[in-house]
Design a protein around this ligand. Sequence first.
Ligand code: FEO
Length: 133
Amino acid sequence: MEKITWKPSFSVGHPILDQHHQTLVEITNRLVDAQGGNSRIAETFELLDDYVSTHFQLEESLLAATDMDNLEEHFASHRSFTNWLDAVKASYNAGGASSFYITETVVSYLKNWLVSHILVTDMQYKGKINEPD
Ligand code: FEO
């Protein structure tokens, strides 16, 4: 599994949201470093829970203040991420999947999320949301 290198082109033009996205990249890279070790998985789930509650909430509130179309679709993607996280946590906690399998599954999902959500869906709001005060 290869790590992700953050690039300036990944920026959505909002410093806090960029910081959150960079945190997601760091979570992914730490999991790659752990190479399937159990120790990182519980920590990863905690960090992802925090990401879901902090990032999605802020991003959705900033987007709701714009006149952008298709926000329901964007927000539905966030619910999809949350549902995926709940399912993978349940699978891990039930002991039905090895730590290596869970690690590969999570890394793969997060890499795909970066490419398909952050760099496509999120990128559509670049320049359209308010900067923090
Ligand atoms: Fe940055 Fe729509 O998640």
